[in-house]
Design a binder for this molecule. Structure first.
Ligand code: HAM
Length: 449
């Protein structure tokens, strides 16, 4: 490996071709399941007015307090600092978009999905990056326990398509309405009066700013104290209890396995009632593969009408890692079908045309158009993993023939030049040719990236 002075910024990474195969496959599964279930794709800007995140996600969450990447510009307001921040997630932006574009006029619920990079200035570690990719699903404008179950069902289908569902466990909880939660938080604060000194520094400050986060604290001292503290479910309102039971019943009906987890609270403030995460069996809460929940008050926080919503997001790098752990290898469509080798000016010109025509037919073709010897071109063909090589030297041009070599078998034969394309496409097989289908061309359903 060459040592370069320049490297990717801390917490970011290049997605190299061998990793891209995973990313492309994940996107494919996401798009397929989204289309099946009637979700429409949305794209929001990578940066937004920072107050959207501050108000939406919550000022005292880690994501906003510590992890927002501010976008500075020359026109920055001296008093208030940067106007914009890179998106740390999609939900707040999608809700902003719903309000901005009057989507409440559309038939409800509005079901949207997004795929793209998000940014959090977190301390980088395994599975935790400063730029990472999420796919995100949201159902906005209608509330019913069946929607919660259906959303989780779509997620479980995607994870199953990617062959990682078996490694994961669904954790689910209901954190009640903001009102019932307030009564609980008051009780929790009361409980800790006089015990603050026993709390680690971070949790002591959380007690002031975001006491709910104490529940999923990793600190042993906090966990010991919590054993005798009041619990959230004691304060849950009847409606939330009933709602939760119905969601679980529907999940059961859909054959989705889950674990009830009363300490699951999630790190974003906008949640109400249902919250869930998919955890790796071995690493647990750390590096959740995906998570989400209801956010029935978020629209109001962003200046919209009272509108319910539920959604989830998954980290694509973490999913790719899980796939690699299971040994899943997505089909690689980047394989080279044909390598065209040539020698001499006439042959080169003919090969330029031949390469172009093969590509048009859907044959993945590369060609050495340099001046290397035929022997070294053959070595190159081997290194590129080409299945077949077409060889055209000056003699062949004169005689109107070409040499076709099967690389794996190590056999070659001379064929009439005009037969080169039909012969190669036959060998590769009609269904393996990389062409748009007619449906893709006229139906506007071309796969986007
Ligand atoms: P979140 O739990 O903050 O939820 O993130 C969702 C997923 O994104 C995580 O489970 C994880 O896989 C991935 N992720 C988060 N941070 C990082 C990071 N620093 N590096 C790598 N992967 C990461 C949300 O973002 C909510 N917007 C989900 C949602 C949608 N709730 C309702 N609708």
């Amino acid at each position: 490996m060459t040592q370069s002075v320049y490297r990717t910024p801390k917490g970011t990474h290049d997605v190299l071709p061998e990793d891209h195969i995973f990313m492309t496959y994940i996107k494919k599964a996401v798009r397929h399941r989204a289309r099946q279930a009637g979700y429409k794709r949305i794209e929001t800007p990578m940066f937004e007015n920072r107050t959207i995140f501050e108000r939406g996600i919550g000022e005292h969450t880690d994501i906003v307090e510590k992890e927002l990447f501010m976008v500075s510009s020359k026109h920055e307001d001296e008093d208030n600092g940067p106007e914009f921040a890179l998106r740390p997630e999609f939900t707040a932006s999608i809700c902003r978009s719903y309000i901005e574009h009057g989507m409440q006029q559309l038939p409800q619920p509005v079901e949207l999905y997004a795929i793209g990079p998000c940014f959090r200035h977190d301390r980088p570690q395994k599975g935790r990056y400063r730029q990472f990719n999420q796919f995100d699903f949201e159902i906005i404008g209608l509330k019913d326990p069946s929607l919660d179950a259906q959303l989780i069902h779509v997620l479980s289908k995607i994870l199953d398509d990617l062959k990682i569902l078996k490694r994961l466990r669904l954790q689910i909880n209901n954190i009640g309405t903001p009102e019932s939660r307030k009564a609980y938080l008051d009780a929790l604060k009361d409980f800790f009066i006089g015990k603050e000194r026993n709390l680690p520094a971070l949790d002591r400050s959380r007690l002031e700013t975001n006491p709910l986060r104490l529940l999923d604290s990793k600190e042993e001292d906090t966990q010991i104290l919590l054993k005798s503290a009041p619990t959230l479910d004691q304060f849950l309102d009847d409606e939330s209890k009933q709602y939760h039971e119905t969601v679980l019943e529907y999940l059961g009906a859909l054959g989705i396995q889950y674990e009830e987890n009363s300490s699951l609270v999630r790190g974003l403030d906008y949640y109400t009632q249902t919250v869930f995460e998919y955890w790796d069996e071995t690493t647990g809460a750390q590096n959740a593969v995906g998570g989400g929940g209801r956010y029935d008050r978020l629209m109001e926080l962003l200046g919209g009408k009272d509108t319910p919503g539920i959604g989830f997001a998954c980290g694509m790098e973490r999913i790719a890692w899980q796939m690699a752990q299971t040994g899943v290898k997505p089909p690689n469509k980047d394989q080279v079908d044909v390598f065209v080798a040539q020698l001499g000016p006439e042959a080169k010109k003919t090969c330029l045309m031949l390469i172009s025509q093969l590509r048009e037919k859907g044959v993945h073709t590369i060609g050495a158009l340099g001046e290397a010897s035929l022997k070294s071109q053959m070595r190159l063909a081997d290194k590129f993993g080409a299945r077949y090589t077409l060889l055209l030297g000056q003699m062949e041009v004169k005689e109107g023939v070409i040499i076709l070599r099967d690389m794996a078998a190590g056999k070659q034969k001379q064929i009439p030049f005009k037969n080169a394309i039909p012969e190669v496409t036959k060998l590769i097989g009609e269904r393996n040719l990389d062409t748009y289908t007619i449906k893709d061309k006229i139906g506007d359903t071309v796969d986007e990236d």
